[in-house]
Ligand binder design. Sequence first.
Ligand SMILES: NC(=O)c1ccc[n+]([C@@H]2O[C@H](COP(=O)([O-])OP(=O)(O)OC[C@H]3O[C@@H](n4cnc5c(N)ncnc54)[C@H](O)[C@@H]3O)[C@@H](O)[C@H]2O)c1
Ligand SMILES: N[C@@H](CCC=O)C(=O)O
Length: 541
Amino acid sequence: MDAVTSVPVPTNEPVRAYAPGSPERESLRRRVASLEGQSHELTMTIGGVERMAGGDRVDVVQPHDHRHVLGVTAQATHQDVADAVTAARAAAPAWQELSFDERAAVLLRAADLLAGPWRDTLNAATILGQSKSVQQAEIDAACELIDFLRFNVHFARGLLAEQPRSGPGQWNRFDHRPLDGFVVAITPFNFTAIAGNLPLAPALMGNTVVWKPSPTQQLAAHHTMRLLEAAGLPPGVVNMVTGDGQAVSEVALADPGFAGLHFTGSTRTFKALWRAMAANLDTYRSYPRVVGETGGKDFVVAHPSADPGALVTALVRGAFEYQGQKCSAASRAYIARSVWSSVRDQLVDVTKSLSYGDVTDFSHFGGAVIDARAFAKHQDALAAARSDDTVEVLVGGGCDDSVGYFVEPTVLVGSDPRNDIFTTEFFGPILSVFVYEDEDFEDILDVVDTSTPYALTGSVFATDRVAIERAGRALRFAAGNFYVNDKPTGAVVGQQPFGGSRGSGTNDKAGSAFNLLRWTSPRTIKETFVPPTDHTYPHMA
Ligand SMILES: NC(=O)c1ccc[n+]([C@@H]2O[C@H](COP(=O)([O-])OP(=O)(O)OC[C@H]3O[C@@H](n4cnc5c(N)ncnc54)[C@H](O)[C@@H]3O)[C@@H](O)[C@H]2O)c1
Ligand SMILES: N[C@@H](CCC=O)C(=O)O
Protein backbone atom coordinates (compact mmCIF):
# COMPACT_ATOMS: atom_id res chain seq x y z
CA MET A 1 0.00 0.00 0.00
CA ASP A 2 1.05 3.55 -0.64
CA ALA A 3 2.06 6.43 1.58
CA VAL A 4 0.27 9.65 0.65
CA THR A 5 2.99 12.00 -0.55
CA SER A 6 2.47 15.03 -2.74
CA VAL A 7 3.30 14.91 -6.45
CA PRO A 8 4.47 17.72 -8.75
CA VAL A 9 1.64 20.10 -9.62
CA PRO A 10 1.05 19.78 -13.39
CA THR A 11 0.67 22.62 -15.86
CA ASN A 12 -0.16 22.19 -19.55
CA GLU A 13 2.89 21.77 -21.78
CA PRO A 14 3.33 24.97 -23.84
CA VAL A 15 2.72 24.48 -27.60
CA ARG A 16 5.81 25.40 -29.65
CA ALA A 17 5.24 27.55 -32.75
CA TYR A 18 7.94 26.24 -35.18
CA ALA A 19 7.98 29.60 -36.97
CA PRO A 20 10.40 30.04 -39.90
CA GLY A 21 13.95 30.63 -38.64
CA SER A 22 13.26 29.22 -35.16
CA PRO A 23 15.73 26.69 -33.74
CA GLU A 24 12.89 24.25 -32.93
CA ARG A 25 11.84 24.23 -36.59
CA GLU A 26 15.36 23.36 -37.77
CA SER A 27 15.74 20.68 -35.15
CA LEU A 28 12.40 19.06 -36.10
CA ARG A 29 13.21 19.28 -39.80
CA ARG A 30 16.46 17.38 -39.21
CA ARG A 31 14.65 14.65 -37.26
CA VAL A 32 11.98 14.30 -39.94
CA ALA A 33 14.71 13.88 -42.57
CA SER A 34 16.57 11.30 -40.52
CA LEU A 35 13.49 9.18 -39.74
CA GLU A 36 12.33 9.47 -43.35
CA GLY A 37 15.68 8.14 -44.53
CA GLN A 38 15.56 5.00 -42.36
CA SER A 39 13.69 1.76 -42.92
CA HIS A 40 12.27 0.67 -39.57
CA GLU A 41 11.71 -2.87 -38.36
CA LEU A 42 8.42 -2.22 -36.55
CA THR A 43 8.59 -5.00 -34.02
CA MET A 44 6.42 -6.11 -31.14
CA THR A 45 7.80 -5.63 -27.61
CA ILE A 46 6.95 -8.52 -25.30
CA GLY A 47 8.45 -8.81 -21.83
CA GLY A 48 10.94 -6.13 -22.86
CA VAL A 49 12.12 -8.12 -25.89
CA GLU A 50 11.65 -6.78 -29.41
CA ARG A 51 10.73 -9.29 -32.09
CA MET A 52 8.90 -9.30 -35.39
CA ALA A 53 5.37 -10.71 -35.21
CA GLY A 54 4.96 -14.11 -36.82
CA GLY A 55 2.18 -13.32 -39.33
CA ASP A 56 2.05 -11.59 -42.71
CA ARG A 57 4.29 -8.57 -43.17
CA VAL A 58 2.74 -5.16 -43.81
CA ASP A 59 4.43 -2.02 -45.16
CA VAL A 60 3.94 1.19 -43.18
CA VAL A 61 3.94 4.12 -45.65
CA GLN A 62 3.67 7.89 -45.67
CA PRO A 63 -0.01 8.64 -46.44
CA HIS A 64 0.96 11.78 -48.42
CA ASP A 65 3.53 9.82 -50.45
CA HIS A 66 2.41 6.21 -50.35
CA ARG A 67 5.31 4.85 -52.36
CA HIS A 68 7.61 5.91 -49.55
CA VAL A 69 7.84 2.97 -47.14
CA LEU A 70 8.78 3.99 -43.60
CA GLY A 71 9.10 0.49 -42.26
CA VAL A 72 7.64 -2.95 -42.10
CA THR A 73 5.44 -4.45 -39.41
CA ALA A 74 3.62 -7.78 -39.17
CA GLN A 75 0.41 -9.38 -37.98
CA ALA A 76 0.63 -10.79 -34.47
CA THR A 77 -0.28 -14.48 -34.41
CA HIS A 78 -2.26 -16.26 -31.70
CA GLN A 79 1.06 -17.41 -30.19
CA ASP A 80 2.41 -13.83 -30.19
CA VAL A 81 -0.64 -12.58 -28.28
CA ALA A 82 -0.50 -15.53 -25.87
CA ASP A 83 3.16 -14.63 -25.19
CA ALA A 84 2.17 -11.01 -24.51
CA VAL A 85 -0.51 -12.18 -22.03
CA THR A 86 2.04 -14.42 -20.30
CA ALA A 87 4.51 -11.53 -20.08
CA ALA A 88 1.85 -9.19 -18.64
CA ARG A 89 0.96 -11.82 -16.05
CA ALA A 90 4.61 -12.43 -15.13
CA ALA A 91 5.34 -8.72 -14.67
CA ALA A 92 2.25 -8.07 -12.52
CA PRO A 93 3.48 -9.02 -9.00
CA ALA A 94 6.58 -6.80 -9.08
CA TRP A 95 4.74 -3.85 -10.69
CA GLN A 96 1.88 -4.07 -8.18
CA GLU A 97 4.28 -4.17 -5.26
CA LEU A 98 6.16 -1.10 -6.43
CA SER A 99 4.80 1.92 -4.57
CA PHE A 100 2.60 4.41 -6.43
CA ASP A 101 5.38 7.00 -6.21
CA GLU A 102 7.88 4.73 -7.98
CA ARG A 103 5.39 3.94 -10.76
CA ALA A 104 4.50 7.61 -11.07
CA ALA A 105 8.16 8.58 -11.28
CA VAL A 106 8.60 6.41 -14.39
CA LEU A 107 5.74 8.22 -16.14
CA LEU A 108 6.87 11.66 -14.98
CA ARG A 109 10.32 10.89 -16.33
CA ALA A 110 8.74 9.83 -19.65
CA ALA A 111 6.90 13.18 -19.73
CA ASP A 112 10.11 15.13 -19.15
CA LEU A 113 12.00 13.11 -21.78
CA LEU A 114 9.19 13.77 -24.25
CA ALA A 115 9.16 17.47 -23.41
CA GLY A 116 12.92 17.50 -24.07
CA PRO A 117 15.10 15.15 -26.10
CA TRP A 118 12.31 12.87 -27.40
CA ARG A 119 9.98 15.62 -28.60
CA ASP A 120 11.32 15.77 -32.16
CA THR A 121 11.25 11.99 -32.54
CA LEU A 122 7.60 11.54 -31.61
CA ASN A 123 6.55 14.63 -33.57
CA ALA A 124 8.52 13.52 -36.65
CA ALA A 125 7.13 9.98 -36.51
CA THR A 126 3.58 11.41 -36.27
CA ILE A 127 4.17 13.80 -39.18
CA LEU A 128 5.55 11.04 -41.39
CA GLY A 129 3.37 8.09 -40.42
CA GLN A 130 0.03 9.81 -39.78
CA SER A 131 0.38 12.79 -42.16
CA LYS A 132 -0.02 15.50 -39.52
CA SER A 133 1.08 19.09 -40.01
CA VAL A 134 3.68 20.37 -37.53
CA GLN A 135 1.02 22.13 -35.44
CA GLN A 136 -1.20 19.04 -35.33
CA ALA A 137 1.72 16.77 -34.42
CA GLU A 138 2.91 19.16 -31.68
CA ILE A 139 -0.49 19.44 -29.95
CA ASP A 140 -0.87 15.65 -30.09
CA ALA A 141 2.37 13.67 -29.91
CA ALA A 142 4.18 16.18 -27.70
CA CYS A 143 1.79 18.33 -25.65
CA GLU A 144 -1.22 16.06 -25.14
CA LEU A 145 0.84 12.98 -24.32
CA ILE A 146 3.02 14.97 -21.89
CA ASP A 147 -0.17 16.35 -20.30
CA PHE A 148 -1.76 12.88 -19.99
CA LEU A 149 1.35 11.61 -18.21
CA ARG A 150 1.66 14.52 -15.77
CA PHE A 151 -2.02 15.12 -15.06
CA ASN A 152 -2.79 11.43 -14.56
CA VAL A 153 -0.18 11.25 -11.81
CA HIS A 154 -1.77 14.27 -10.13
CA PHE A 155 -5.35 12.88 -10.44
CA ALA A 156 -4.29 9.41 -9.29
CA ARG A 157 -2.65 10.88 -6.20
CA GLY A 158 -5.95 12.62 -5.43
CA LEU A 159 -7.80 9.30 -5.70
CA LEU A 160 -5.37 7.56 -3.36
CA ALA A 161 -5.90 10.31 -0.81
CA GLU A 162 -9.67 9.59 -0.78
CA GLN A 163 -10.07 7.39 2.29
CA PRO A 164 -13.12 6.26 4.26
CA ARG A 165 -14.02 7.66 7.71
CA SER A 166 -13.07 5.80 10.86
CA GLY A 167 -15.28 5.55 13.97
CA PRO A 168 -13.89 5.41 17.52
CA GLY A 169 -11.72 2.36 18.13
CA GLN A 170 -11.31 1.45 14.48
CA TRP A 171 -9.32 2.35 11.39
CA ASN A 172 -10.88 2.06 7.93
CA ARG A 173 -8.71 2.20 4.84
CA PHE A 174 -8.84 1.76 1.10
CA ASP A 175 -6.20 -0.41 -0.50
CA HIS A 176 -6.29 0.80 -4.13
CA ARG A 177 -5.58 -2.51 -5.82
CA PRO A 178 -5.11 -2.85 -9.55
CA LEU A 179 -7.62 -5.05 -11.38
CA ASP A 180 -7.34 -8.78 -10.74
CA GLY A 181 -5.82 -9.64 -14.13
CA PHE A 182 -4.36 -7.85 -17.14
CA VAL A 183 -5.72 -4.94 -19.21
CA VAL A 184 -5.94 -4.83 -23.02
CA ALA A 185 -5.44 -1.40 -24.66
CA ILE A 186 -6.50 -1.13 -28.31
CA THR A 187 -5.74 2.26 -29.86
CA PRO A 188 -6.66 4.29 -32.98
CA PHE A 189 -4.47 5.69 -35.75
CA ASN A 190 -5.31 9.33 -35.32
CA PHE A 191 -3.74 10.38 -32.01
CA THR A 192 -0.26 9.41 -30.81
CA ALA A 193 -1.26 10.79 -27.39
CA ILE A 194 -4.32 8.53 -27.12
CA ALA A 195 -2.24 5.54 -28.22
CA GLY A 196 0.21 6.27 -25.39
CA ASN A 197 -2.38 7.12 -22.76
CA LEU A 198 -4.54 4.03 -23.14
CA PRO A 199 -1.91 1.54 -21.93
CA LEU A 200 -0.29 3.98 -19.49
CA ALA A 201 -3.34 5.10 -17.47
CA PRO A 202 -4.03 1.50 -16.33
CA ALA A 203 -0.28 0.92 -15.84
CA LEU A 204 -0.06 3.92 -13.50
CA MET A 205 -2.77 2.35 -11.33
CA GLY A 206 -0.67 -0.83 -11.03
CA ASN A 207 -1.99 -2.92 -13.92
CA THR A 208 0.04 -4.69 -16.58
CA VAL A 209 -1.09 -4.32 -20.15
CA VAL A 210 -1.24 -5.84 -23.62
CA TRP A 211 -1.21 -2.89 -26.05
CA LYS A 212 -2.32 -3.17 -29.68
CA PRO A 213 -1.78 0.06 -31.64
CA SER A 214 -3.17 0.69 -35.12
CA PRO A 215 -0.88 -0.50 -37.94
CA THR A 216 -1.09 2.99 -39.50
CA GLN A 217 0.20 4.56 -36.25
CA GLN A 218 2.91 1.93 -35.82
CA LEU A 219 5.90 4.20 -36.45
CA ALA A 220 4.97 6.59 -33.62
CA ALA A 221 3.88 3.66 -31.41
CA HIS A 222 7.29 2.04 -31.94
CA HIS A 223 9.06 5.18 -30.74
CA THR A 224 6.62 5.58 -27.84
CA MET A 225 7.68 2.12 -26.65
CA ARG A 226 11.36 3.15 -26.91
CA LEU A 227 10.60 6.33 -24.92
CA LEU A 228 9.00 4.26 -22.16
CA GLU A 229 12.04 2.00 -22.01
CA ALA A 230 14.28 5.08 -21.77
CA ALA A 231 12.10 6.30 -18.90
CA GLY A 232 12.67 3.03 -17.03
CA LEU A 233 9.34 1.22 -17.50
CA PRO A 234 10.10 -2.34 -16.38
CA PRO A 235 9.85 -5.10 -19.02
CA GLY A 236 6.41 -6.71 -19.28
CA VAL A 237 4.40 -3.81 -17.82
CA VAL A 238 3.31 -2.74 -21.32
CA ASN A 239 3.55 -5.42 -23.99
CA MET A 240 3.03 -4.12 -27.51
CA VAL A 241 1.71 -6.45 -30.19
CA THR A 242 1.33 -5.39 -33.83
CA GLY A 243 -1.17 -5.97 -36.63
CA ASP A 244 -4.91 -5.69 -37.18
CA GLY A 245 -5.97 -7.02 -33.77
CA GLN A 246 -7.92 -10.10 -34.79
CA ALA A 247 -5.62 -12.35 -32.76
CA VAL A 248 -5.94 -9.99 -29.76
CA SER A 249 -9.72 -10.46 -29.80
CA GLU A 250 -9.42 -14.19 -30.18
CA VAL A 251 -6.73 -14.81 -27.55
CA ALA A 252 -6.49 -11.95 -25.02
CA LEU A 253 -10.24 -11.26 -24.81
CA ALA A 254 -10.84 -14.99 -24.33
CA ASP A 255 -8.38 -15.38 -21.45
CA PRO A 256 -9.79 -16.00 -17.92
CA GLY A 257 -7.42 -13.31 -16.56
CA PHE A 258 -8.67 -10.58 -18.91
CA ALA A 259 -9.78 -7.80 -16.55
CA GLY A 260 -10.34 -4.66 -18.61
CA LEU A 261 -10.49 -3.15 -22.08
CA HIS A 262 -9.24 0.39 -22.70
CA PHE A 263 -10.33 1.14 -26.25
CA THR A 264 -10.52 4.13 -28.57
CA GLY A 265 -11.60 3.73 -32.18
CA SER A 266 -14.72 3.34 -34.26
CA THR A 267 -18.13 2.55 -32.86
CA ARG A 268 -18.27 -0.53 -35.09
CA THR A 269 -15.04 -2.03 -33.75
CA PHE A 270 -16.04 -1.30 -30.15
CA LYS A 271 -19.37 -3.08 -30.58
CA ALA A 272 -17.59 -6.07 -32.14
CA LEU A 273 -15.22 -6.22 -29.16
CA TRP A 274 -18.10 -5.88 -26.69
CA ARG A 275 -19.87 -8.79 -28.42
CA ALA A 276 -16.67 -10.87 -28.17
CA MET A 277 -16.44 -10.07 -24.44
CA ALA A 278 -20.10 -10.92 -23.90
CA ALA A 279 -19.56 -14.30 -25.58
CA ASN A 280 -16.64 -14.97 -23.20
CA LEU A 281 -18.37 -13.82 -20.02
CA ASP A 282 -18.46 -17.24 -18.38
CA THR A 283 -14.73 -17.64 -18.98
CA TYR A 284 -13.62 -14.59 -17.01
CA ARG A 285 -12.49 -14.61 -13.40
CA SER A 286 -13.86 -11.06 -12.89
CA TYR A 287 -16.32 -8.82 -14.70
CA PRO A 288 -14.08 -6.86 -17.06
CA ARG A 289 -13.99 -3.06 -16.89
CA VAL A 290 -14.90 -1.73 -20.32
CA VAL A 291 -13.90 1.77 -21.38
CA GLY A 292 -14.47 2.69 -25.02
CA GLU A 293 -14.33 6.13 -26.62
CA THR A 294 -15.68 5.90 -30.14
CA GLY A 295 -17.06 7.79 -33.17
CA GLY A 296 -18.78 11.11 -33.60
CA LYS A 297 -20.81 13.23 -35.97
CA ASP A 298 -20.02 16.50 -34.29
CA PHE A 299 -22.17 19.56 -34.76
CA VAL A 300 -21.97 23.33 -34.93
CA VAL A 301 -25.23 25.27 -34.52
CA ALA A 302 -25.16 28.94 -35.50
CA HIS A 303 -27.96 31.12 -34.09
CA PRO A 304 -29.01 34.29 -35.99
CA SER A 305 -26.97 36.28 -33.42
CA ALA A 306 -23.71 34.40 -34.22
CA ASP A 307 -20.52 36.33 -35.03
CA PRO A 308 -19.84 35.42 -38.70
CA GLY A 309 -16.04 35.77 -38.58
CA ALA A 310 -15.67 33.56 -35.51
CA LEU A 311 -18.02 31.01 -37.08
CA VAL A 312 -16.04 30.68 -40.32
CA THR A 313 -12.74 30.18 -38.48
CA ALA A 314 -14.28 27.58 -36.19
CA LEU A 315 -15.82 25.69 -39.11
CA VAL A 316 -12.59 25.66 -41.09
CA ARG A 317 -10.36 24.66 -38.19
CA GLY A 318 -12.95 22.29 -36.71
CA ALA A 319 -13.69 20.50 -39.98
CA PHE A 320 -10.39 20.56 -41.88
CA GLU A 321 -7.51 20.44 -39.42
CA TYR A 322 -5.87 17.03 -39.61
CA GLN A 323 -8.03 16.37 -42.68
CA GLY A 324 -11.13 16.02 -40.49
CA GLN A 325 -9.71 12.86 -38.90
CA LYS A 326 -10.58 13.79 -35.33
CA CYS A 327 -13.43 12.13 -33.52
CA SER A 328 -14.33 15.70 -32.50
CA ALA A 329 -14.25 17.18 -36.03
CA ALA A 330 -17.07 19.53 -37.05
CA SER A 331 -18.85 17.46 -39.66
CA ARG A 332 -22.38 18.91 -39.63
CA ALA A 333 -23.31 22.57 -39.30
CA TYR A 334 -26.77 24.08 -38.91
CA ILE A 335 -26.64 27.75 -39.86
CA ALA A 336 -29.42 30.33 -39.66
CA ARG A 337 -30.24 31.73 -43.12
CA SER A 338 -29.39 35.33 -42.15
CA VAL A 339 -25.93 34.21 -40.97
CA TRP A 340 -25.42 31.93 -43.98
CA SER A 341 -25.86 34.83 -46.37
CA SER A 342 -22.92 36.60 -44.72
CA VAL A 343 -20.59 33.59 -44.22
CA ARG A 344 -21.18 31.51 -47.38
CA ASP A 345 -18.67 33.25 -49.67
CA GLN A 346 -16.05 33.61 -46.96
CA LEU A 347 -16.34 29.90 -46.11
CA VAL A 348 -15.86 29.04 -49.79
CA ASP A 349 -12.85 31.34 -50.15
CA VAL A 350 -11.09 30.18 -47.00
CA THR A 351 -11.75 26.51 -47.78
CA LYS A 352 -10.36 26.93 -51.31
CA SER A 353 -7.23 28.56 -49.90
CA LEU A 354 -6.32 25.59 -47.66
CA SER A 355 -3.36 23.60 -48.95
CA TYR A 356 -3.10 19.89 -48.30
CA GLY A 357 0.20 18.36 -49.42
CA ASP A 358 3.37 16.59 -48.35
CA VAL A 359 3.53 17.56 -44.67
CA THR A 360 7.33 17.33 -44.60
CA ASP A 361 6.98 20.73 -46.32
CA PHE A 362 5.95 22.66 -43.22
CA SER A 363 4.05 25.31 -45.19
CA HIS A 364 0.99 23.09 -45.75
CA PHE A 365 -2.17 23.37 -43.65
CA GLY A 366 -2.77 19.62 -43.81
CA GLY A 367 -1.79 16.33 -45.41
CA ALA A 368 -3.43 13.19 -46.74
CA VAL A 369 -6.05 10.88 -45.26
CA ILE A 370 -4.62 7.87 -43.52
CA ASP A 371 -4.83 5.04 -46.06
CA ALA A 372 -6.37 3.60 -49.22
CA ARG A 373 -9.43 2.36 -47.34
CA ALA A 374 -10.22 5.80 -45.92
CA PHE A 375 -9.57 7.37 -49.33
CA ALA A 376 -12.03 4.97 -51.03
CA LYS A 377 -14.66 5.65 -48.36
CA HIS A 378 -14.44 9.41 -48.90
CA GLN A 379 -14.41 9.02 -52.68
CA ASP A 380 -17.63 6.97 -52.48
CA ALA A 381 -19.28 9.47 -50.10
CA LEU A 382 -18.44 12.36 -52.43
CA ALA A 383 -19.70 10.47 -55.49
CA ALA A 384 -22.96 9.75 -53.65
CA ALA A 385 -23.27 13.43 -52.70
CA ARG A 386 -22.74 14.54 -56.31
CA SER A 387 -25.50 12.26 -57.54
CA ASP A 388 -27.97 13.31 -54.82
CA ASP A 389 -30.47 16.00 -55.88
CA THR A 390 -30.79 17.27 -52.30
CA VAL A 391 -27.04 17.94 -51.98
CA GLU A 392 -24.87 20.67 -53.53
CA VAL A 393 -21.06 20.40 -53.54
CA LEU A 394 -20.33 24.00 -52.58
CA VAL A 395 -16.52 23.72 -52.62
CA GLY A 396 -13.99 20.88 -52.95
CA GLY A 397 -15.17 17.38 -53.72
CA GLY A 398 -12.01 16.24 -55.53
CA CYS A 399 -9.83 13.25 -54.65
CA ASP A 400 -6.44 12.16 -55.98
CA ASP A 401 -4.46 9.15 -54.80
CA SER A 402 -1.76 9.17 -57.47
CA VAL A 403 0.95 10.27 -55.00
CA GLY A 404 -0.77 10.39 -51.62
CA TYR A 405 -4.31 9.79 -50.36
CA PHE A 406 -5.51 13.36 -50.91
CA VAL A 407 -9.12 14.43 -50.43
CA GLU A 408 -9.94 18.10 -50.92
CA PRO A 409 -11.49 20.05 -48.05
CA THR A 410 -15.15 19.88 -49.02
CA VAL A 411 -18.33 21.72 -48.03
CA LEU A 412 -21.63 20.07 -48.92
CA VAL A 413 -24.94 21.88 -48.54
CA GLY A 414 -27.93 19.59 -48.04
CA SER A 415 -31.65 20.32 -47.85
CA ASP A 416 -32.61 17.10 -45.99
CA PRO A 417 -31.20 17.08 -42.44
CA ARG A 418 -31.74 13.30 -42.19
CA ASN A 419 -29.56 12.64 -45.26
CA ASP A 420 -26.47 10.44 -44.83
CA ILE A 421 -24.23 13.48 -45.08
CA PHE A 422 -25.65 14.66 -41.72
CA THR A 423 -25.75 11.29 -39.98
CA THR A 424 -22.76 9.13 -41.06
CA GLU A 425 -19.26 9.62 -39.65
CA PHE A 426 -16.99 9.93 -42.73
CA PHE A 427 -13.87 10.77 -40.70
CA GLY A 428 -12.45 12.95 -43.46
CA PRO A 429 -12.40 16.61 -44.57
CA ILE A 430 -16.11 16.81 -45.40
CA LEU A 431 -18.38 19.38 -43.74
CA SER A 432 -22.14 19.18 -44.34
CA VAL A 433 -24.19 22.37 -43.95
CA PHE A 434 -27.93 22.68 -43.40
CA VAL A 435 -29.40 26.18 -43.67
CA TYR A 436 -32.44 26.70 -41.44
CA GLU A 437 -34.89 29.62 -41.30
CA ASP A 438 -34.04 32.03 -38.48
CA GLU A 439 -37.35 31.45 -36.70
CA ASP A 440 -36.75 27.66 -36.57
CA PHE A 441 -33.92 27.72 -34.00
CA GLU A 442 -35.82 25.61 -31.42
CA ASP A 443 -36.78 23.03 -34.06
CA ILE A 444 -33.26 22.72 -35.36
CA LEU A 445 -31.98 21.94 -31.85
CA ASP A 446 -34.30 18.95 -31.84
CA VAL A 447 -32.95 17.80 -35.22
CA VAL A 448 -29.37 18.12 -33.95
CA ASP A 449 -30.24 16.06 -30.87
CA THR A 450 -32.09 13.25 -32.61
CA SER A 451 -30.63 12.76 -36.08
CA THR A 452 -27.44 10.80 -35.30
CA PRO A 453 -26.59 7.96 -32.92
CA TYR A 454 -23.59 9.89 -31.59
CA ALA A 455 -23.05 12.34 -28.71
CA LEU A 456 -19.39 13.34 -28.66
CA THR A 457 -18.74 17.06 -29.28
CA GLY A 458 -20.73 20.05 -30.44
CA SER A 459 -20.73 23.85 -30.47
CA VAL A 460 -23.23 26.65 -30.38
CA PHE A 461 -22.39 30.04 -31.89
CA ALA A 462 -24.53 32.91 -30.59
CA THR A 463 -24.15 36.24 -28.84
CA ASP A 464 -27.71 36.10 -27.49
CA ARG A 465 -27.48 34.61 -23.95
CA VAL A 466 -31.00 33.22 -24.08
CA ALA A 467 -30.13 31.30 -27.25
CA ILE A 468 -26.95 29.93 -25.65
CA GLU A 469 -28.92 28.80 -22.61
CA ARG A 470 -31.64 27.15 -24.79
CA ALA A 471 -29.05 25.29 -26.85
CA GLY A 472 -27.23 24.15 -23.72
CA ARG A 473 -30.45 22.69 -22.32
CA ALA A 474 -31.80 21.14 -25.53
CA LEU A 475 -28.44 19.55 -26.37
CA ARG A 476 -27.54 18.43 -22.84
CA PHE A 477 -27.25 14.78 -23.88
CA ALA A 478 -26.12 15.40 -27.47
CA ALA A 479 -22.45 16.02 -26.61
CA GLY A 480 -20.04 15.02 -23.84
CA ASN A 481 -17.91 18.05 -24.75
CA PHE A 482 -20.03 21.15 -25.45
CA TYR A 483 -18.49 24.41 -26.66
CA VAL A 484 -19.90 27.94 -26.67
CA ASN A 485 -18.48 30.18 -29.42
CA ASP A 486 -15.57 27.83 -30.05
CA LYS A 487 -14.74 24.97 -32.41
CA PRO A 488 -15.67 21.48 -31.19
CA THR A 489 -12.07 20.17 -31.44
CA GLY A 490 -8.87 20.67 -29.47
CA ALA A 491 -9.78 19.60 -25.92
CA VAL A 492 -6.86 20.12 -23.55
CA VAL A 493 -6.05 17.65 -20.75
CA GLY A 494 -7.02 19.05 -17.36
CA GLN A 495 -9.13 21.79 -18.99
CA GLN A 496 -11.78 19.99 -21.08
CA PRO A 497 -11.84 16.33 -19.93
CA PHE A 498 -12.81 14.45 -23.08
CA GLY A 499 -15.44 11.86 -24.01
CA GLY A 500 -18.97 11.36 -25.23
CA SER A 501 -21.94 9.11 -24.61
CA ARG A 502 -24.67 7.37 -26.67
CA GLY A 503 -22.91 5.79 -29.70
CA SER A 504 -19.76 7.81 -28.94
CA GLY A 505 -18.56 5.82 -25.97
CA THR A 506 -18.67 5.12 -22.28
CA ASN A 507 -17.72 8.74 -21.48
CA ASP A 508 -15.00 7.91 -18.99
CA LYS A 509 -13.17 11.18 -19.74
CA ALA A 510 -9.60 10.45 -20.78
CA GLY A 511 -7.02 12.30 -18.70
CA SER A 512 -9.19 12.68 -15.61
CA ALA A 513 -9.93 10.98 -12.31
CA PHE A 514 -13.08 9.43 -13.87
CA ASN A 515 -10.93 7.38 -16.20
CA LEU A 516 -8.35 6.36 -13.59
CA LEU A 517 -11.11 5.13 -11.28
CA ARG A 518 -11.86 2.40 -13.83
CA TRP A 519 -8.39 0.87 -13.42
CA THR A 520 -8.47 0.35 -9.68
CA SER A 521 -10.43 -2.18 -7.64
CA PRO A 522 -10.38 -0.87 -4.08
CA ARG A 523 -10.23 -3.22 -1.11
CA THR A 524 -11.76 -1.83 2.08
CA ILE A 525 -9.88 -2.76 5.22
CA LYS A 526 -11.45 -2.34 8.67
CA GLU A 527 -9.23 -2.81 11.70
CA THR A 528 -10.74 -2.87 15.19
CA PHE A 529 -8.17 -1.93 17.84
CA VAL A 530 -9.80 -3.56 20.88
CA PRO A 531 -12.28 -6.18 19.61
CA PRO A 532 -15.37 -6.99 21.80
CA THR A 533 -15.26 -10.21 23.79
CA ASP A 534 -18.98 -10.49 24.72
CA HIS A 535 -21.56 -11.32 21.99
CA THR A 536 -24.64 -10.02 23.92
CA TYR A 537 -26.37 -6.62 23.52
CA PRO A 538 -27.95 -4.41 26.29
CA HIS A 539 -31.54 -5.05 25.01
CA MET A 540 -31.09 -8.74 25.88
CA ALA A 541 -30.74 -8.07 29.61
N1 LIG B 1 -14.08 9.29 -28.81
C1 LIG B 1 -12.76 9.43 -28.85
O1 LIG B 1 -12.12 9.86 -27.90
C2 LIG B 1 -12.02 9.06 -30.11
C3 LIG B 1 -10.70 9.47 -30.26
C4 LIG B 1 -10.01 9.11 -31.42
C5 LIG B 1 -10.64 8.37 -32.41
N2 LIG B 1 -11.93 8.00 -32.24
C6 LIG B 1 -12.65 7.25 -33.27
O2 LIG B 1 -11.75 6.27 -33.84
C7 LIG B 1 -12.09 6.05 -35.20
C8 LIG B 1 -10.84 6.21 -36.04
O3 LIG B 1 -9.83 5.36 -35.61
P1 LIG B 1 -9.49 3.98 -36.33
O4 LIG B 1 -9.78 4.10 -37.79
O5 LIG B 1 -8.13 3.60 -35.89
O6 LIG B 1 -10.59 3.04 -35.67
P2 LIG B 1 -10.80 1.46 -35.83
O7 LIG B 1 -12.00 1.08 -35.08
O8 LIG B 1 -10.71 1.07 -37.26
O9 LIG B 1 -9.50 0.83 -35.13
C9 LIG B 1 -9.20 1.09 -33.77
C10 LIG B 1 -8.27 0.00 -33.27
O10 LIG B 1 -9.00 -1.23 -33.22
C11 LIG B 1 -8.23 -2.24 -33.88
N3 LIG B 1 -9.15 -3.29 -34.32
C12 LIG B 1 -10.00 -3.25 -35.37
N4 LIG B 1 -10.69 -4.41 -35.43
C13 LIG B 1 -10.28 -5.17 -34.38
C14 LIG B 1 -10.62 -6.46 -33.88
N5 LIG B 1 -11.54 -7.22 -34.47
N6 LIG B 1 -10.01 -6.92 -32.78
C15 LIG B 1 -9.08 -6.16 -32.15
N7 LIG B 1 -8.70 -4.94 -32.58
C16 LIG B 1 -9.30 -4.44 -33.68
C17 LIG B 1 -7.50 -1.47 -34.96
O11 LIG B 1 -6.42 -2.19 -35.50
C18 LIG B 1 -7.06 -0.25 -34.18
O12 LIG B 1 -5.94 -0.54 -33.40
C19 LIG B 1 -13.15 7.09 -35.55
O13 LIG B 1 -14.41 6.47 -35.51
C20 LIG B 1 -13.02 8.12 -34.44
O14 LIG B 1 -14.18 8.86 -34.20
C21 LIG B 1 -12.63 8.31 -31.11
N1 LIG C 1 -9.29 15.19 -27.98
C1 LIG C 1 -9.29 15.56 -29.37
C2 LIG C 1 -9.97 14.56 -30.25
C3 LIG C 1 -9.52 13.16 -30.18
C4 LIG C 1 -10.25 12.38 -31.17
O1 LIG C 1 -9.84 12.10 -32.26
C5 LIG C 1 -10.02 16.88 -29.57
O2 LIG C 1 -10.63 17.39 -28.65
O3 LIG C 1 -10.00 17.38 -30.69
